[in-house]
Ligand binder design. Structure first.
Ligand code: SF4
Ligand code: SF4
Length: 383
């Protein structure tokens, strides 16, 4: 019998039933609680739900700075090991985190999967039944060969093609993997290197590497430079647990740039800690102040992400709060669409952006009409 004075009993009555949670409720709970609280709250249920087969993750590093892995590792609470173990998930391949490879025995390279990452990844791909996470862009150049990025005796493009072909789901983590990101920034060699995201090139969904390779697989984009650890862990959780079914649920949970709406439906500007200054037309003109950063080139209006509410570094702060104008790092046109950084009225070519751009000066800065009654965390679009 339930004892109303027992906090654990009352907690149970308030906690939505994990097993009967539909996708919308799951996403809403995951959004509201954040990765740490969600995985903590449902730890027992998660483990029970996953006592079936362990889910393998194959994590490939393309052209990137490893910032998204750093972000995930710095997530801290839960740490990545605790989170993956709560999800009964095995990080089967991750070059940054693998034990030492390329071991030599009797002066010869050891050729078994424990000591040679190329053999290991090939074996995992052959076994199949894994979620592929891609961090980093994929060079197609020169001339479609992919030879701007060669590891061992094969191009990253070849490895990606093999891994993508046999994956049960694909997550493109970080703006590089999602859209090309920094690698595909405008430059004298951009056409030659021809960096691609997994399913997009910039905002162009017909320019991704999968299309180039003729592979038809659904992809979830989790952009950000870097991506937030909550976005990565909670999306992975939803896929592993079948709360987001791939591919059938994707049209209703992703936006037009392949991002989960749960995290990328808001913009940084609307809930910005400096927003009241914006409303009063009080703008900083030098870095180091406390007012709105719009005239220092802030792109918060164009950045579709919940950073202002979720915050970073365990909820401590976020870019704008820490004094840096938002550079809209989650958008498909990043970084070109945000450049030059830190200049007022810049970034007007916000390619693929759903908002209109700001005018340069004066204050024709159109105020956003906000629905103050709407909870930012609410999944606003119905199935
Ligand atoms: S323009 Fe930038 S600093 Fe100003 S309110 Fe919007 S997000 Fe905040
Ligand atoms: S606040 Fe802007 S620049 Fe900072 S992580 Fe969020 S979208 Fe990126």
């Amino acid at each position: 019998m339930m004892n109303k004075n027992n906090p654990h009993d009352s907690e149970k009555t308030e906690k939505p039933d994990f097993f009967n949670m539909d996708r919308r409720t799951f996403l809403k709970a995951a959004c509201l609680l954040g990765a740490s609280a969600f995985l903590g709250t449902y730890r027992t249920e998660l483990v029970s739900a996953l006592e079936m087969a362990e889910t393998k993750i194959v994590w490939l590093h393309g052209a990137e700075c490893t910032g998204c892995t750093e972000s995930l590792l710095n997530g801290g609470d839960p740490d990545v090991i605790a989170a993956l173990s709560a999800l009964n998930t095995k990080l089967a391949y991750h070059e940054t985190l693998l034990a030492g490879q390329g071991i030599f025995v009797d002066d010869k390279p050891a050729n078994n999967a424990e000591l040679n990452s190329e053999i290991l990844v090939d074996e995992l791909i052959t076994e199949g039944n894994y979620i592929l996470v891609v961090e980093g862009a994929i060079p197609n150049g020169p001339n479609g060969s992919g030879r701007f990025f060669v590891v061992g005796d094969r191009t990253f493009k070849e490895l990606f093609a093999k891994a993508a072909g046999n994956a049960s789901a694909i997550l493109a983590v970080g703006t590089c993997a999602a859209y090309g990101g920094i690698n595909s920034a405008s430059s004298a060699i951009a056409q030659l290197t021809d960096y691609r995201g997994v399913a997009f090139k910039g905002a162009d969904s017909s320019g991704g590497m999968l299309r180039e390779l003729g592979i038809n697989k659904p992809v979830i984009n989790i952009p950000g430079c870097p991506a937030h650890p909550d976005w990565i862990l909670l999306t992975l959780s939803a896929v592993v647990l079948g709360k987001i079914k791939v591919p059938s649920d994707l049209p209703s949970v992703l936006d037009r740039y392949g991002r989960p709406r749960a995290y990328f439906d808001e913009d940084v500007h609307d809930e910005c800690p400096r927003h009241e200054y914006y409303e009063r037309d009080e703008f900083d003109t030098e870095i180091g102040g406390h007012k709105c950063l719009l005239k220092l080139g802030c792109k918060g209006k164009h950045a579709n992400a919940d950073c202002s509410i979720r915050k970073w570094n365990g909820g401590a702060s976020m870019c704008v709060q820490a004094g840096s104008p938002c550079i809209a790092c989650v958008e498909p046109g990043f970084p070109d669409s945000s450049r030059p950084f830190y200049q007022p009225g810049s970034g007007s070519s916000l390619e693929g952006d759903s908002h209109s751009s700001d005018s340069d000066e004066g204050d024709s800065y159109e105020k956003y009409s906000r629905d103050k009654s709407s909870d930012y965390r609410k999944i606003r679009r119905d199935d």
